[in-house]
Design a protein around this ligand. Sequence first.
Ligand code: PMP
Length: 405
Amino acid sequence: MNLQKIREEFPILAQKAYGKPIVYLDNGATTQKPQTVLDTLVRMYAEQNANIHRGVHFLSEQATEAYENARRTVRDFLNAALSQEIIFTSGATAAINLVAFSYGERYVKAGDEIIVSLMEHHSNIVPWQMMCERKGALLRVIPISDSGELLTEEYGKLLSSKTRLVAVTHVSNTLGTVNPVKELVRMAHNAGAHVLVDGAQSVQHIPVDVQDLACDFFAFSGHKLYGPTGIGVLYGRKELLDELPPWQGGGDMVDCVRFERTTYNELPFKFEAGTANYIDAVGLESAIRYLLSVGMKDIVDHEQALTRYALERLRQINGIRLFGTAKHRVGTFSLLLDGIHPYDAGMILDKMGIAVRTGTHCTQPLMQRYGIEGTLRASLALYNTFDEIDALCAGLEKAQKILKT
Ligand code: PMP
């Protein structure tokens, strides 16, 4: 993997912040885009823009074909069995809300239970709470160890005949923990429950095979995968999706509309009401093609090497507390420096051109678990370098010097 060449493919990385090279370590929030994705978006608007599915004309047919090709690329990327199992949404949040609504309507009744984990992003907590409120169901929570790993034995105890669905993140956006989802799915299925995997932080770091995981639903966002904002994916097993009612009503999701009774379109269109975000879907396809051209194996190897190095270097800093020390992990580091507010340290890093995120990272219950108000989070992507890890560590030490009284 030629890192220099890769960095040159991301125009934003050549920019400066306050006259200093940008060290972009906020990839958990969103990733930067390679030129090929930017070119695809411009090409789509410049050459192939027309509303899809409804037109008989040349441009509309081209745009429709591009959109449906994008769906096939996502299908192959996730190793889903069928294109109909790939639903384009506006992001992971919308995908989870879709399932929380439709699955809730179809399968959940008063007294049923939904299980989430303590390390979930708010996007994988609140939709289930809303559903539980609507249906009179109960939300149960898988606890974690101090190192930030799910307590699978406790999970086993939570599973029962009342459990309808387990919603769990593949990779924690705050701790970097990679959860044993295949095992979690197996246990849930044994208990007769379905599983939604939140893949917002996994698809960009590890190869995903939804058939191997055997999950029922899988959600992710394009913008964290080097693709555009405003596009995401819900994978769902066809037999299940066929049973679920639509989430939103509108154009494209219908078959025959009568005031007396409306019938719905087949999969996947049943869940894609209104004008689809076909441009960004094709942009996402372009991002996936880019990732595959770099090679997922090389990406994993590079990021894992960076992660090992970062952990070693970060641990050498005096007065640092790392949250999330799981054995299986990606390069997402949440930390605190003794006696220093993460926001203050983040501001000093910013002035050095280093972009990190501070706060709760939309995981307030996780912050509560550790008895803290927030952390400083550095999160890696395929274009990060060993020098950037050094810059981060030097920045943290500088923050200590400036802020320590
Ligand atoms: N789940 C996880 C684990 C995330 O990290 C995020 C984004 N931070 C989301 C869900 C929601 O993604 P989006 O805001 O793109 O819908």
